[in-house]
Design a protein around this ligand. Structure first.
Ligand SMILES: Cc1cc2nc3c(=O)[nH]c(=O)nc-3n(C[C@H](O)[C@H](O)[C@H](O)COP(=O)(O)OP(=O)(O)OC[C@H]3O[C@@H](n4cnc5c(N)ncnc54)[C@H](O)[C@@H]3O)c2cc1C
Length: 319
């Protein structure tokens, strides 16, 4: 019996979200008095044994370069086989793109109850109850999972990574691998210093910036903070910024440690994608802007005066 964690990779490197999933899975395993194990699909360039420091004792590696790109159906079948062979009782994913495509399929295949977007460890004192966000982060729900095998997908940044000691035993998983039905013919990577979903700090701007020609001040602040860039939807719709930077209900949902919103009003649809950020700083010239209600820190004033001053201050502090 085990808690099995899907260890997600990008070009062979383990994603930050997977480190959180492993730390979380190891804690769930500890609660249940069983071991945490991991499964990696595709080529791995990182030292998998070293992942033992996040609490996984054994890693099953489905080591096949044909699976270097996500094909949810093939991945699901391979992971289901590993889960069945290892007697996994709880399977943990990160609630990112890969987790969102695989976990529901696995749930159907294994007839296992699934909670997507978990934000805390399960309460196992009386059953198996997992807390998750609902209504775009405006409320929590506690979901009771009553099947033998349970699946949890953990919201990125909801659980802190803890690195300890130890190495994991790495074994090649002997599973049937179907020929992927999807063939990736080209990959056009988004350029940017930090990927949005993995970023600790995000600097975001909205229509208050007036036009794309004014983004230099936002970029300078992001650069000084080593942050990712984001924007509100109208900004992307107007082609001031690329759509991959659009955050919110219909854009990417993020949960960085620090979210700085510049010239964004704070509409509910925008908040839906950013309100899991740990600290929110809002810069807006309108003291009545709704975003201030969701802010931890607010600066009322003109972004064109404030942002360059902030950048200078950050540069000074960082030396
Ligand atoms: C179905 C649906 C889905 C949607 N999904 C999304 C989504 O995913 N993401 C999203 O962002 N929106 C989404 N929207 C749009 C959303 O409702 C808002 O219209 C949008 O978020 C507003 O963008 P904004 O804050 O950049 O612009 P505005 O609402 O125009 O706000 C601009 C802000 O800038 C401030 N400002 C102006 N000048 C300055 C200055 N010099 N210095 C400082 N502040 C200044 C203003 O006071 C104002 O608060 C969606 C809408 C719908 C109907």
């Amino acid at each position: 019996m085990s808690v099995l964690v899907f260890i997600d990779t990008n070009e062979g490197h383990v994603k930050k979200a997977s480190l959180e999933a492993m730390t979380y899975g190891a804690k769930v395993a500890e609660q249940l008095g069983i071991a945490a194990e991991g499964v990696v699909v595709g080529t791995a360039k990182d030292d998998l044994a070293a992942l033992g420091k996040y609490g996984v004792k054994k890693i099953h590696h489905v080591n096949n370069p044909a699976l270097d790109h996500l094909d949810a159906q093939v991945f699901t079948k391979a992971i289901a086989e590993v889960a069945t062979k290892t007697g996994a009782k709880v399977i943990v994913f990160s609630n990112n793109v890969d987790g969102k495509s695989i976990a529901p399929r696995l749930s159907a295949r294994l007839k296992a109850a699934l909670v997507s977007g978990a934000v805390a460890l399960p309460d196992t004192s009386n059953g198996f109850i997992v807390k998750k966000n609902v209504f775009s982060g405006k409320a929590f729900a506690n979901i009771s999972l009553n099947t033998d095998v349970k699946i949890i997908s953990l919201n990125p940044n909801a659980y802190q990574t803890i690195a300890g000691e130890g190495t994991a035993e790495v074994v090649i998983a002997d599973v049937t691998i179907d020929t992927p039905k999807v063939k990736v013919t080209a990959v056009n990577k988004v350029s940017g210093e930090v990927p949005l979903t993995e970023a600790e700090i995000v600097v975001s701007a909205g229509r208050g910036l007036k036009g794309p020609e004014n983004w230099k001040i936002v970029e300078d602040l992001a650069h000084a903070l080593h942050a990712a860039l984001a924007c509100s939807r109208p900004v992307a719709d107007a082609h001031w910024r690329p759509h991959n930077e659009h955050v919110g209900q219909t854009g990417t949902a993020i949960a960085p440690t620090l979210y700085i919103a510049i010239g964004i009003s704070g509409a509910i649809q925008h908040l839906a994608g950013v309100n899991r950020s740990k600290v929110i700083v809002v810069i807006n010239k309108d003291p009545e802007a709704p975003f201030f209600k969701a802010a931890d820190y607010g600066i009322v004033g003109d972004a064109f005066e404030i942002v360059p001053k902030m950048t200078e201050a950050v540069k000074k502090i960082k030396g």
